[in-house]
Design a protein around this ligand. Structure first.
Ligand SMILES: Nc1nc2c(c(=O)[nH]1)N[C@H]1C(S)=C(S)[C@@H](COP(=O)(O)O)O[C@H]1N2
Ligand SMILES: [Mo]
Length: 231
């Protein structure tokens, strides 16, 4: 298939997915809360820029499971499978040939630090979904890291336009300690929802719990509701 035709197919599928999830996304708490808890000026999705209980840091702390896998880009692969019409296993080159998105967004860690205005570049999960065509029955994703981490998301959260698989931060390759070569980011949820060293995205037809969600963290993780732990 020609490059331009591939791109057109992704754009067409992206528009259909957008239409399919538009209403659900509009109703998510980080867009629709009428009494969001937090302070500071209102951010681009309508929430106070500093969620309740968070403190701004300019440093960037590192959180992991005590192990930082070393994945050279030649060995890196991204599998996207499960409830999709067209499962793929992408090489680095195939990933970098997909439409690239630049965005500046905020990062809220459940351990109470937030880092604002982080400039990223990567591939949107929406475009990756457009590539694999989620089945009508798909409702969630599970993301897996090379370090055995996992974390789950509903599709109305995962398909927001600022959810990216990033490889570049401040114009430089994403450092290994922060999940390089590629990690996911979820600016409208606590940051544990974004897997570092990402290797697989599995589309699911029902919700399942990831690593932290299974150990008492919230399934939903809404920063403006102080939604840190499951009850
Ligand atoms: N693969 C993987 N992803 C992960 C984690 C992890 O341990 N392994 N920790 C999560 C948590 S709890 C947070 S707050 C962020 C931290 O990202 P950072 O270390 O770049 O600040 O990554 C999330 N993604
Ligand atoms: Mo975290």
């Amino acid at each position: 298939m020609e490059e331009s035709e591939k791109l057109n197919r992704i754009i067409e599928a992206r528009m259909k997915l957008k239409a399919r999830f538009e209403e659900k996304i509009r109703l998510t708490p980080s867009v629709a809360d009428d009494a969001p808890r937090g302070s500071g000026k209102i951010n681009r999705h309508g929430m106070p820029s500093v969620p309740i209980g968070q403190t701004i840091t300019t440093k960037w702390p590192v959180l992991d499971l005590g192990y930082q896998p070393e994945i050279p880009t030649e060995r890196w692969r991204l599998t996207i499978d499960g409830a999709v019409e067209n499962p793929v296993r992408l090489t680095w080159k195939e990933f970098m040939d997909l439409p690239q998105t630049k965005d500046t967004s905020d990062f809220h860690c459940v351990t109470t630090w937030s880092k604002l205005d982080m400039p990223w570049k990567g591939v949107s999960l929406l475009d990756l979904a457009a590539l694999v065509h989620p089945k009508e029955s798909a409702t969630h994703v599970m993301c897996y890291g090379y370090d055995t981490y996992s974390t789950n998301l509903s599709l109305e959260e995962a398909l927001k336009p600022d959810v990216l698989l990033v490889h570049t931060f401040e114009g430089q390759p994403l450092p290994k300690e922060h999940g390089g070569p590629v990690r996911m980011i979820t600016p409208q949820l606590y940051a544990w929802k974004g897997s570092k060293w990402i290797k697989r995205i599995e589309f699911l037809t029902e919700n399942k719990l990831g690593f932290w969600e299974d150990r008492g963290y919230s399934n939903t993780a809404y920063p403006w509701r102080n939604d840190r732990y499951s009850d």
